[in-house]
Design a protein around this ligand. Sequence first.
Ligand SMILES: CCCCCCCCCCCCCCCC(=O)OC/C=C(C)/C=C/C=C(C)/C=C/C1=C(C)CCCC1(C)C
Ligand SMILES: [Fe+2]
Length: 536
Amino acid sequence: MVSRVEHPAAGYRKIFETVEELNEPIPAETKGVIPSWLSGSLLRMGPGLFEVGDEPFHHLFDGQALMHKFDLKGDQVTYFRKFIKTDAYVRAMTENRVVITEFGTVAYPDPCKNVFSRFFTYFRGIEVTDNCLVNVYPIGEDFYAVTETNYITKVDPDSLETLKKVDLCKYLSINGVTAHPHTEADGTVYNIGNCFGKNMSLAYNVIKIPPAQKDKSDPIEKSQVVVQLPSSERLKPSYIHSFGITENYFVFVEQPVKINLLKFLSAWSVRGATYMDCFESNESMGTWFHLATKEPAGYMKSHKYRTSAFNLFHHINAYEDQGFIVVDLCTWKGHDFVYNYLYLANLREEWEEVKKAAMRAPQPEVRRYVLPLDIHREEQGRNLVSLSYTTATAVLHSDGTVWLEPEVLFSGPRQAFEFPQINYSKCCGRKYSFAYGLGLNHFIPDRIVKLNVQTKETWLWQEEDCYPSEPLFVPTPGATEEDDGVLLSIVVKPGAERPGFLLVLDAMKLTELARAEVNTVIPVTLHGMYKAPPSP
Ligand SMILES: CCCCCCCCCCCCCCCC(=O)OC/C=C(C)/C=C/C=C(C)/C=C/C1=C(C)CCCC1(C)C
Ligand SMILES: [Fe+2]
């Protein structure tokens, strides 16, 4: 699936430009045939406002949260979008400047305020952003737009109105949680986040939020920390973007991209730096895998799995098989932080410059790691993995650590398989065959890919000057085959008469079933969900 496509016209710049929200849903023009069973809403989050007044946001993860919705009802499709009225957005609009520091953009003090009030603004310390541009997911019967801090924002998935800001710190001992929770069939939500405890004791806390409550109370009020995993380094927790879950275990990968807490708590609050300034790489630790049991919940501290350094943002899937845990990941080789390459100035460069910058960045690879559960002292020095279908290895060393080597499932130079999706309801935590992803060509999203993780066969959807987003899998009702369903992706085709469209692909063959076009560009979206219509 290595893409030979070039982008000399740099049309991808359009997906990093500010747009206006809509007052009401607009009709889309449908070409092709949308399956009649596919009715519901595609909800997605991303940045939509890339500057305030004359102050630009600098990083891909700074733009203000814009929520998008494609509603499907038969072949009638509409598109709607609204900015989430977060504190970051409302205050920026009111003051016409960046008021809350974002991931890679500092909010400078109000120049109209005198030197004393400016000093006290700094002295009060940091105001953590609630800019929920990363994802949207349900908790109980409610929907929340999220970033990775302690603030999540309740939204109305129909009107896209902002309902309320929730501070998870009120309920849980965490400083932030990922934007990639796992949700079980009954609605139980698991997530993981950093916890900077008392006396700076550091941990990664796995949290559990129960499903919708019979008494209609808010399940968040009943959320709890179920497992605590220790940090490998004092004062420097690793950055976590997602985690894995199997029937009986949580899988946490501790990567060498670290948050320097001293920088976070001092430089950041006093001198005015960004979140990006608080990251650093640990050049010697490599990457550590940790396991915890689900029931009873507990950290498996005797299992010390190690491998070479990589950045990790997205787990694809994990499952148990014959005494092993199989973990499939979208990795980026080395400890240099991939987010360093995602400044908007770089992504908006001419194509030749974009390619040059990507040459210096960590290289992507889809990898399978296999973790043996039964480890015996006498088995030192030999490969413990006996699964017939993988070349991944695990070797016990004399210090008790198990060194892992992966099987490469997909690798193409500067061609990433990222933003992975699976048939989640059928396959999460189970042995599976298919992963779907967004193909990044030197970081530019220009194709949709299907990967058979067992045979390594790939399928591709690609069209000239088209920039798709993460493909979400929606199963055909009553399907028995894993890949019987459709993929939904928002695509931008800058020069076209109707430059934004919802693409509907047949997930088996990766062929186009339909597209629903709208007369507006749709800026880049990161993650989202498909919301089925309420059952009659
Ligand atoms: C869709 C195509 C995009 C085009 C380019 C993409 C290239 C992607 C290459 C790699 C994949 C990366 C995936 C990342 C996806 C994503 O959605 O990331 C967004 C992450 C954000 C906005 C993270 C925000 C985190 C914050 C604000 C964390 C804050 C904290 C600290 C840093 C330390 C202290 C705790 C706290 C406050 C939580
Ligand atoms: Fe993500």
